[in-house]
Each structure stands twice: as C-alpha cells, then as structure tokens.
Write a protein that binds this ligand. Structure first.
Ligand SMILES: [Zn+2]
Length: 278
C-alpha cells in the first residue's frame, strides 16, 4: 500500500502506449498503470491535450477528468474505451469535462454500451454534465441503452467509488464553483491529483503518502492565486511527501521551466507517458 516504508517500484515509458495494447491489467493484478492522455493547460499549449489521465489497476479502468481532446487521445494511444468503467472529475471547467459530449455518443453509438457507466465528481456534477449533454446532443439522452450512475464527492471527505476510495478537498481555483483535489486509494497504490488549484497546506496533507502525485503546474512564477507554478512547487517541495511528483497541466513556458529546474524533483508529464507502479 502507499504508506509502506518502501516506495512502490515505478517504471516509466514514453511514446505510444504499447503497454495498454494486449497487455491489460487483469483484475487482481498488482500493477497500477497511469497513462497521461492530456498534459497541457486549458489552452492546449504545445499542441498537447487537455486534462485526462487513464488509470488501470486491479479495480478496473477509470479516467480522471475528460477534457475536450480526451476521446481523440484515447484513440491515439490505444485505450480500449469498452473497458472504461467511469470517470473521476476534479472539477467542472471546460478543459476538464469538455470531452463529455463526444464520450456520450461514443458510448451509445460507438461502443453500443450496455453496462452502467459511473461519473463521480464534485457537488453539482450530475446537473452540470446533464446540462452539457442536453445542450449538445439532446436526442441521444432519450432511451439510453445503459445506466449512468452518479456520485458526488463529500468535500472534504472520502467516498467509495468504483472499487477505490476517493478523498476530496476543496481546491483554490474558482470562487463560483467547487473545484477539488483528489487522492484515490486503489487496491494497491495511492494516486493523487491536484486538479487546478493554488497552493494550500491542505494539499500537502491530502497527498501525503501517495505513490504518485499528479500536480498541476500552469505557471513559471508565483502570482496567481488559483493555479500553481514551478516556483511555488519548488518552495513547497519538501512538504510534498509522495513517492513521485509528476507535474502536468503545463504551458509551454512552465514545461520548459520544469525541465530545467532540478530542485523541482519531478517527472514532467507528456502526452503518452505511462507510469507503471508495482
Ligand atoms: Zn484546467
């Protein structure tokens, strides 16, 4: 588990996701895989995708966030959408849920899905996502051939969701919407996601002991309350007691700064990066 004294063994591969093709994680597998499907900020800077992380572990397959580019990236990197059990959403901004309209038509017409699909997110998730679908594909919602199941985080709190326990705290991001940071306690490993947030001590407490922490890093320098930067993460690096810090949600400038800043002690995420925990 994540709090064992020895850190989880972690392997890293880049490029097309060969490990997810024909070598899937069977249930009861001790392996947890994280595939980065979108590592750019809201503006798709660097011609990279918006936020989406594909997770395979012994509990099944789930994605964290589903930005506008997520479906295209799932195809690009060979993800089997039929295996996707559901989504965990950090917050409801467009760069994190903008792929949900085309996911809906993919599930209904492409996959011809019959088994339930779970969407878990912050308070207001069901109403917001259903409004998004009603605005974009209203007729698809009539006579759905499978069930959507909805879960909304206790904030702060912990909710069982799709075989894992998801701990949520309120992020510092949007005063008009509940954004969250999440720690996902899976069967074998603990993965944490900052979502979009400015710095707060509660973030360090949430992620403590996680095997992997995927942290947003939108900026280079301090100065904006609602996002994190390379400078702030260096400043607080010793407070982040995690097996591996992975920075993502990057601009062109913050990606370059993260690569050249050794004190960050982080893996710089890229589209197609696969991190395997054993
Ligand atoms: Zn974002």
């Amino acid at each position: 588990m994540g709090l064992e004294p020895q850190p989880a063994a972690l392997a890293e591969t880049r490029g097309l996701c060969q490990t997810l093709r024909g070598d899937t994680c069977p249930r009861a597998s001790p392996v947890t895989r994280l595939l980065c499907l979108g590592t750019a900020d809201a503006f798709a800077h660097g011609a990279r995708g918006n936020a989406c992380y594909w997770i395979e572990d012994a509990a099944g397959v789930v994605a964290v966030d589903f930005g506008p580019t997520a479906l295209m990236q799932a195809r690009r990197f060979g993800c089997d959408l039929a295996r996707l059990d559901g989504l965990y959403l950090t917050h409801l901004h467009g760069d994190h849920i903008g792929g949900l309209p085309v996911l809906l038509v993919e599930l209904v017409y492409g996959q011809k899905r019959t088994r339930p699909f779970t969407i878990a997110g912050p308070p207001g998730t069901q109403a917001r996502v259903e409004a998004l679908w009603a605005a974009t594909f209203p007729s698809v919602l009539e006579g759905l051939p499978f069930e959507f199941r909805w879960l909304e985080w206790d904030v702060p709190g912990a909710v069982p969701a799709l075989g894992r326990t998801v701990h949520a705290i309120q992020a510092r991001h949007d005063r008009l919407a509940v954004a969250t940071s999440l720690r996902i306690d899976g069967p074998r490993h603990r993965l944490a996601f900052s979502g979009d947030t400015g710095w707060q001590p509660e973030l360090a407490a949430l992620v403590q002991g996680a095997d992997l922490f995927v942290c947003e890093c939108s900026g280079v320098d301090t100065g904006y309350w609602g996002h994190l930067s390379v400078a702030e993460l260096v400043q607080h690096r010793d407070e982040l007691q995690v097996g591996r810090l992975v920075v993502s949600h990057l601009s062109v400038e913050s990606r370059a700064a993260a690569h050249r800043t050794a004190a960050l002690r982080a893996t710089v995420a890229d589209d197609g990066l696969v991190l395997t925990l054993r």
